[in-house]
Ligand binder design. Sequence first.
Ligand code: ZN
Ligand code: ZN
Length: 274
Amino acid sequence: MKGAWSFPAGWREGAGRLFSALGFRERRCVACREPFEPDALPRHAVPSPEETAAFFLCPGCRTQIRRREAGFCPYCGEPSALEDAPCTSCSDCMMHLPPWNDFLFFGVYEGLLRDLVLRAKFGGSLAALDMLGLLLAGVCAGHYEAAPAPSVVIPMPLHNARLRERGFNQCLELARPVVKALGVPLCTDVLVKRVSRTPQAMLGREERRKLAQPFEAVRRVDGLHILLIDDVCTTRATMQRAVECLLAAGAFRVDAAVVARSSRHGQGGGPALP
Ligand SMILES: [Zn+2]
Ligand SMILES: [Zn+2]
């Protein structure tokens, strides 16, 4: 009805957060909004992805979100057509290995995981963002039990115009639980994303070169082992540029972690929500 007052977008999640902060349990599934009895999160340990799913999702939705544990390229996460295929190098990585060291991801960008990523990014769902951040924290904590831990975590930056439009950088929000789980500092003042509004044809050679590298390191990161966080890895290009930028600024090693890796074989490359 025209002129009718309505709750602002995301109020339900905000209310759920407040409810949780007051000691009550959120009893609605983050995916389908149906009431359910959640399992408690462990108090003194980083929740595993399964424990996170059991806290945020009803039993029916839990079955639709699965960690990819086989059938992907060990260098860039590119999923194979078969979920249970052995992990072997994809054709791109056979030609050129990516510039990062370890690549971590939770699942394939499709189905419910894709819906939740889009809801967290464009739909203002703080509960979905919380859930995805904890899923990623569980993946990272598990990985670094057996590998040298990073010295800092850096979220993939958003350029300022996009940040003003959206109001938050989802990668920064995803990085917060990872930082907490690993006990390492969060670093948001190194990597920036630049944007050009000038048509390419009007740019000189130097400007065009800069545009091909949309990231800039505004200070040195000599000797640091960096964990770079992004929400989705669609093609390797963006992650590759950001990692190259950090290595050029002196990083000793860069690992990459994303919530979801898109697949050439699935529905993951579809249009994003407005
Ligand atoms: Zn559900
Ligand atoms: Zn690969």
